[in-house]
Structure formats: C-alpha cells, structure tokens
Design a protein around this ligand. Structure first.
Ligand code: F3S
Length: 406
C-alpha cells in the first residue's frame, strides 16, 4: 500500500505553498515510501541537529532559497559560540563566516536558535505521547524513552523537512507496535554515577538490535544525567531509538506492559565485569600529563556544572577545563555566580558549542585530554584530539594535578 497524502499535503507537493515546502514534502514522501508509511501525520515539535558544517548549511540554504519557512519552529543543536571563539582567536575567517551564515539561514527559516543538544531540558520538552520530529541521536532516544513522546531517529535534513511541512511519515517509532521491548537486559552491576550509566550504554553490542528493557536498576540510582548518558553512549556504540527501564521509564511500569504481553526475544545479563572491561579500555592507568579536560557532551546540566564547581573550589585546575552547555544553563550559572567561581578555579563554561566543531578545537590537536564522555572522545579523535575517558570526578582530579595516576 502506498503513502496516501491528504488534499493539503498533495497541494503542498504540487507547489501551491511554494517551492520550499514542495521540496521538503517530496523528500519526506520518498523517505515514507522507503519505510512503507501509509500516511503523514502532524507534528507539534521539532529539533534539528544543525552543525556549522558545510553539508548541513548547504541543505538549509537550499531550503531557504526555495522560499521555505518552518510551520513548526524547531530548536537546533549546537554549532559554536562565535563571540567566544573569536575572542579566543581559535577560529579562522572562513569558519566564522560559515557559522554566521548558518545562524542567518536558520533564522530566516524560522528556527528557535537554542544551540543545544539537550533541548528536552530547556525550551523544547515534549509531553508523553506527543508526535515530534527530533534529530540528534542522544536527544531522540531520551525523548522516546524518558519522556514517552514519539519520534524516529531523524537526520538534520529530515527533521528540517518536518519542521517546514509540519508533518512526518508515520512509521517506526511512531507506531505503538514498534515501541514494546524485545530484549530483556538484567543489570547485575552497581550504577553509582552517570559514568556507570555511560558504561552500561557502551554494552549495546552485547545487547544487540531491538528495544532493550533494563531490569535490576533501582529507581533511586536513576538520575536525569544517568539517563542522558545511557542513551547517548548507546548511540555511540550502536543505534537505539528507545529503551525502557523497569519501574522508571513511562512505558515500563511492569514487564507485561514493557513487552506488550509478549516474551522477550533474548535475555542478556550485564555484569559488573562487563562495565569494568569498558572502564579499563577507556582509561589508561597512567598519563604522564594532561593538557585539558572536556566536559559536557551531551551538554552538561546545571546540576553537573554545580558539582564541578564544588570540586574545583577545593582543587583548582592546573590545566584548562572546558564545560559545554546550553545558553540557558550558562545564563543560570552566570546569574548564580557559578560561572565566575568556575573561572576563578580554571574552568570555563562554553555555551552553544559542540565538541565536533573542528574549527574551534583545532588548537587541541596532538594534545592529551580527558573527558567523562565516550561520545566526546569518539568525535574529537576523528580530527586528531586524543582523549582518555573516565568519570567526571577523576577528570577534575587530573585537571588539578595536570597529570593522571592510579
Ligand atoms: Fe552534543 Fe555535540 Fe556531543 S551535539 S552530544 S556536544 S557531539
């Protein structure tokens, strides 16, 4: 059965609402047909994984030049803070021009320029059951799993098309039958910090494809930061749209509901040894020196920033500590004096910025850093920045000593 459009959607495809909307819905129709969608359904929210990189800006520019504007104003992922990185002298003229153009193009399209990969914390928080179109793999999994809203793992281009038309093809995670658990994952390990949740996420290859339902995690061990880390790291080591945690996430009050009354296809146990295996692989026993610390991939919450501040008050950093977050969280830290305190102890809050913006972080190439995010290490290694990975407190201990020892 082919994808059937409503009269309004067909008019859009026929160009009645302009070339831009026609182009966007044409792309979506092709995607929908590829996934055997039968109709397109309205969305109430969108998030576009913008980056100040040529391909993304090329696509957005093409849409703007075709006269498109957004029917649903999307929030956007980080690019970088032009003001800060120009002040620091780290970006060249060409990169700055691209960031400036990216900003202008998305503004013309009608985006809400939040520049954060955690839009679900500030500014774009879907409700349970809402149909939305989110890109950014760490955000889509959070929105589906923790908030119980419905989105496919969109690309920046397909999410922008959805924002422009106000519709998405209905397939995958939008359909009830695909949202039940398929793999039972018994966690027989201590989850004491969000880093332990990140390590659990890195075990996704053991878990395999499907929708994992985690058991054995006590609700009192679960924090917002842990849930963010779990989803983000599962999408570094694999591709996960949705997970459930028994007694924690909204679609898993009990096993029967989580699995839709069916038996799991597989039962897997993740042990402390599995977590420790990843911990050891990420973290050398000794680093002769540490040149910098990178925190905030995904963007740090206010709670994480305050925790770093408390630690650094006792042990000032001997090497630069970069803390990435949203502009909204940075503003909160500014108002409450946390930014000044961090700066006094060697750390800097960086708003609106992604670790993947090679234009900003070129000065770190060849240096040795540490981070609490496997995702950060993965992206920065791609352009020549070395990072060891460990929990945030150990990162800050290294920052204070300028070297790592265990
Ligand atoms: Fe956010 Fe960029 Fe990391 S979008 S999750 S800081 S790779």
């Amino acid at each position: 059965m082919s994808l059937i459009l409503t009269q309004y959607q067909q008019d859009m495809l026929d160009g009645r609402y302009g070339k831009g909307k026609a182009l966007a819905i044409r792309i979506q129709k092709a995607i929908g047909e590829g996934f055997r969608a039968q109709r397109m359904v309205p969305i109430t929210r969108a998030h576009v994984a913008l980056s100040a990189q040529e391909a993304d800006t090329w696509f957005a520019r093409k849409m703007r030049d075709a006269g498109a504007t957004c029917a649903v104003s999307p929030t956007v992922n980080p690019g970088y803070c032009l003001k800060l990185f120009q002040q620091l002298g780290y970006v060249d003229g060409e990169s700055s021009a691209l960031m400036r153009e990216t900003h202008q193009v998305y503004q013309a399209l009608g985006a809400n320029l939040t520049y954060s990969c955690t839009p679900y914390l500030f500014g774009n928080i879907p409700r349970y059951g809402e149909i939305v179109s989110f890109s950014e793999s760490s955000a889509t999994v959070y929105v589906n799993s923790v908030l119980g809203a419905r989105t496919n793992r969109e690309s920046s281009a397909s999410a922008l098309c959805a924002a422009i038309t106000g519709f998405v093809p209905e397939y995958g995670m939008l359909l009830e039958e695909n949202r039940f658990g398929t793999v039972l994952v018994q966690v027989d390990a201590q989850l004491k910090s969000e880093f332990d949740f990140a390590l659990l996420g890195l075990n996704i290859k053991r878990i395999g494809r499907g929708v994992p339902v985690f058991t054995g995690i006590h609700p009192s061990a679960v924090t917002t930061e842990g849930l963010i880390a779990l989803g983000a790291q599962m999408n570094v080591a694999g591709m996960v749209d949705l997970f459930h945690i028994l007694g924690v996430t909204p679609d898993a009050p009990d096993l029967d509901r989580a699995f839709g009354g069916k038996q799991p296809e597989r039962v897997i146990t993740i042990t402390q040894a599995h977590l420790d295996e990843h911990r050891a692989a990420l973290m050398p026993h000794r680093l002769d020196h540490v040149d910098f610390v990178m925190l905030g991939c995904p963007h740090y919450t206010y709670e994480q920033i305050c925790r770093a501040d408390k630690y650094l008050e006792q042990n000032s950093a001997a090497v630069p500590v970069w803390i990435l977050t949203s502009a909204a969280t940075a503003a909160l830290a500014q108002v409450n004096g946390v930014s000044d305190s961090l700066e006094a102890h060697g750390a800097r809050i960086v708003p609106n910025t992604c670790v993947d913006e090679a234009a900003c972080w070129g000065h770190l190439v060849g240096k040795q850093g540490v981070t609490d995010s496997p995702k950060c290490a993965y992206y920065m290694r791609a352009f020549g920045v070395n990072l060891a990975v460990c929990d945030s407190e150990t990162c800050l201990t290294w920052a204070a000593k300028g070297r790592g020892e265990f």
